[in-house]
Design a protein around this ligand. Structure first.
Ligand SMILES: [Zn+2]
Ligand SMILES: [Zn+2]
Length: 104
């Protein structure tokens, strides 16, 4: 993944995605707790109810390294928010982690 993107583009994509994620979180009531980051290709394992762990839709498919930035940097941690892209029950991925080639 690093081979495809410069650091600049990478952080740009992260900022764009973070803005989208935080906006949705805010519009959903800005509650603390766990959230799932979900691909536009709708990966879903149905283990955990939507009310229990709300889903936040991404604008575009991200690489695992980009999704991990939400685990590493923990944006909104100060509000008690934790973003996940793996199911907390079965560890299935809710994001595909494989953006189609040529989309960036
Ligand atoms: Zn699951
Ligand atoms: Zn996807």
């Amino acid at each position: 993944m690093a081979a495809y993107f410069s650091d600049e583009l990478l952080s740009q994509r992260y900022e764009v995605t973070k803005h989208n994620v935080v906006t949705q979180w805010f519009n959903m009531g800005a509650r603390e707790g766990d959230y799932y980051l979900q691909c536009p290709c709708n990966q879903e394992c149905y283990c955990v109810d939507w009310n229990q762990v709300p889903r936040i839709s991404l604008n575009f498919c991200l690489y695992p390294g980009e999704l991990d930035m939400f685990i590493v940097f923990r944006p909104m941690e100060q509000y008690g928010v934790k973003f996940n892209w793996h199911c907390l029950e079965c560890s299935n991925e809710l994001s595909c982690g494989y953006p189609p080639h040529g989309t960036e």
